[in-house]
Design a protein around this ligand. Structure first.
Ligand code: SF4
Length: 285
């Protein structure tokens, strides 16, 4: 629902907000904002049932290192690099003692590889010294680790430990403003504002869906408003291309024109995974 259609909700925008490309919904009650935000989340869940953390990992340690490496590069590149990295250095202890020159060669494709090598060694040294090589499962501990901010900590908590967290990256910050969920550019404030609108249990998946949407549809420069599944509830509709056919050409990844087979495959895998989950739940006494 909502694709290629003019918006039907969202409240009034101030001209100042529009001028900055960051609309402010001025006449919306808190309750209406909450309802609209949750409607957007449901629509995103329908559109991206396969949304997930795009970094590959087998445990919180791998996720933590992969997230630190993901700064200024793509998740695809990080996944290629971490395959080699964890083969050679499978845990914090081995990475803490790694030869920096060897590490730099492995991390080179991710960019800023000298700084990242230093950071990863410092991070793993702290893990070994203060946490016996084990990644702590608390936000207040995680943010004290070298190179780990709230965004990384929330990614690790949400996906590595199953503790709900809102991960505010550049996509999340942009979309939260466009949706009128916040009027701040400060990641901590954005996290607080959005947390008020949703149940805690929804925070991690909400983060994945919003980031997926930002990467595929609601781009920084050319949002594809005319092909957007949440256009009906978005006060920023019209910021980008509104013509459905032209907007469809702006879509990326599995939604891009000509990628129908990939989308079908993702949806089929998602349904299959849901069936397996349901069958195993039914078997559990
Ligand atoms: S693509 Fe347009 S309508 Fe969709 S969320 Fe972004 S700004 Fe709103």
């Amino acid at each position: 629902m909502g694709e290629g259609r003019a918006p039907g909700a969202g409240g009034a925008k101030t001209s100042a907000g529009q001028a900055a490309g960051m609309p402010v919904v001025s006449s919306e009650s808190v309750l209406a904002l909450k309802r609209r935000a949750r409607r957007i989340n449901r629509a995103l869940a329908e559109k991206y049932p396969y949304a997930h953390a795009e970094l590959d990992f087998r445990n919180p340690f791998e996720l933590l290192v992969a997230t630190v490496l993901s700064a200024q590069t793509t998740d695809v590149t990080v996944n290629q690099v971490t395959r080699v990295l964890f083969d050679r250095y499978p845990d914090a202890r081995s990475l803490a003692e790694a030869d920096p020159a060897d590490l730099e060669v492995i991390l080179k494709p991710t960019g800023f590889f000298r700084a990242k090598s230093r950071n990863v060694i410092a991070l793993c040294t702290r893990l070994v010294d203060d946490y016996n090589g084990v990644v702590p499962g608390r936000l207040e501990d995680l943010v004290t680790l070298p190179g780990v901010g709230r965004k990384t900590a929330n990614v690790v908590l949400g996906n590595g430990f199953g503790i709900p967290g809102i991960s505010v990256d550049t996509h999340f910050a942009r979309l939260a403003n466009r949706f009128g969920w916040t009027q701040s550019d400060d990641p901590v404030r954005i996290e607080q504002d959005v947390a008020e609108l949703f149940d805690r249990k929804d925070w991690t998946m909400l983060s994945h869906r919003v980031i997926f949407h930002g990467r595929r549809v609601c781009h920084a420069r050319k949002p594809a408003c005319g092909a957007c599944p949440v256009a009906t509830w978005c006060p920023s509709f019209g910021l980008g291309e509104t013509d459905p056919a032209k907007a469809a050409k702006l879509l990326k990844y599995e939604l891009a024109p000509g990628s129908e087979a990939l989308l079908d495959q993702l949806l089929a895998e998602t349904h299959r995974a849901a069936e397996i989950r349901m069958a195993s739940q039914q078997r559990t006494p």
